[in-house]
Design a protein around this ligand. Structure first.
Ligand code: CTP
Length: 421
């Protein structure tokens, strides 16, 4: 069921409806009276191919406010206005949409859109916190230009992201508990760092940011609050995810360190440069001056430093390992060595030199390692907790979160690394 509240972003909910309908879902649209002032009933009816439910007093013999809520597999409300959020919190049910939500027991995804001042108002912030506590997935609005000349947080999250979250919520109702990451505060790094040499040149790498962005989106879809620290990426940071853009390894370290103040899980999916030019020239290096010499110095190892700095077992830290290995045995050996060098809780190892390209691709294949706690059980007491793929990066991201969940729930009992497996 798609609930539409009365905000200007109602026109973008048309894209949400299209996305859901095109992925094969039967969608009943329940617009509020105010929503119908922005987008009329014929539009919703034509695109959903279903009658539009607009009033408590339509087809009363079918008791629509109870039937719609009970039959829905998922309710998505886009846009949700400040007024609607307040009514959902109090349970005031003066119209069909709020009645339907009260009778529903399915996953509820809420995509707010409003002016920045309204979103930041303590009343709205408290209402959002209450709805999240009750298990609803409330997306953060996107940041950008609003209806007037003003800009800030308040735009409807990207319709494609909303559709993604709904699809994940629907999958959750059968394959995994829907909001199994609800309440978790997650920091994800993605993309590659760039280390400046002069004002136009830098050392960089091939990371596209796709796997890190997929990890961030999967966490949002499963109910976590996500902060993305993004280096250079080929894909935009997902709307609806709070993100900070950085350039160098040093900036990434500072940004991640700040966000660790409120963080339960850190996933270091970024490709951080290991070396940087020892001096950054202020003026462009001119070719007339002949071949320049480039001296390098090491960058900070963010993952290893943060693992060493943390007191106790929080945050849980997930590292990535990009390796080029001859075979599975060597891949696991390199992964095991890196696991110990970094000191993280889980290490997602991928072979970036294999037959299938990883950088820039939509697909990936990983082995997730954890400390096995079993002396002599494999290379230096490291165990395999999961193998995921070859699969699309979203599936790999969910596999990573499944491993994180298992690790948080209890110390996992990984199988020993055995190359002959
Ligand atoms: N990493 C980091 N800081 C660095 C380099 C890497 O935090 N300066 C993190 C990456 O984000 C990743 C993990 O360390 O989670 C492993 O990165 P990888 O490039 O595979 O390994 P390196 O530590 O760079 O070692 P090597 O290049 O020798 O394999």
């Amino acid at each position: 069921m798609l609930g539409v509240a009365g905000g200007i972003a109602a026109y973008k909910a048309v894209e949400v409806l299209r996305g859901l309908a095109e992925s094969g879902h039967d969608v009943t649209v329940v617009p509020t009276e105010a929503a119908l002032r922005f987008v009329g009933e014929p539009t919703w009816a034509a695109l959903s191919g279903q009658p539009v439910a607009t009033s408590l007093w339509q087809q009363t013999q079918q008791v629509p406010h109870v039937r719609l809520g009970q039959q829905a597999d998922c309710i998505v409300i886009a846009p949700a206005t400040a007024d609607l959020l307040a009514r959902l919190v109090t349970g005031i049910a003066g119209d069909l949409l709020t009645n339907v939500v009260l009778t529903a027991r399915c996953p509820i995804v809420i995509a707010p859109a409003m002016h920045t001042e309204m979103w930041l108002h303590p009343a709205t912030a408290a209402n959002v916190a209450t709805l999240r506590d009750r298990g609803a997935i409330v997306l953060d609005p996107a940041v950008g230009r609003l209806t007037g000349a003003d800009s800030g947080p308040g735009r409807l999250p990207d319709p494609a992201l909303i559709v993604d979250v709904v699809r994940s919520a629907l999958r959750g109702s059968t394959q995994r508990p829907l909001t199994d990451l609800a309440g978790l505060r997650v920091v994800v790094t993605a993309g590659g760092t760039r280390e400046a040499w002069d004002p136009v040149r830098y050392l960089g790498n091939r990371s596209s940011g796709r796997q890190g962005v997929a990890v961030a989106r999967a966490a949002v879809a499963r109910g976590a609050r996500v902060h993305l620290v993004a280096g250079a990426m080929d894909v935009p940071p997902p709307a609806g995810v709070d993100s900070t853009v950085v350039e160098s390894a040093e900036q990434m370290l500072q940004s991640v360190r700040q966000s660790l103040v409120a963080c339960d899980v850190l996933v270091m999916a970024a490709a951080v440069a290991d070396f940087r030019p020892a001096t950054r020239r202020d003026a462009k290096i001119k070719k007339e001056a002949g071949l320049p010499e480039l001296h390098l110095e090491p960058t900070v190892d963010i993952l290893a430093s943060l693992c060493a700095e943390r007191a106790g077992s929080r945050p849980l830290i997930v590292g990535f390992a990009a390796e080029t290995a001859r075979d599975d045995e060597e891949l696991l050996e390199l992964g095991a060595q890196k696991f110990h060098r970094k000191g993280c809780d889980l290490l997602v190892v991928n072979d970036v030199g294999g037959a299938e390209p990883v950088f820039g691709s939509d697909r990936n294949q990983v082995v997730i390692l954890a400390g096995s706690g079993l002396a002599g059980s494999g290379p230096a007491g490291v165990g395999i907790v999961a193998r995921v793929g070859p699969a699309d990066k979203t599936t790999v991201a969910h596999g990573i979160w499944d491993a994180v969940r298992a690790h948080l729930a209890a110390a996992p009992t990984p199988t020993a690394v055995n190359p002959t497996d």
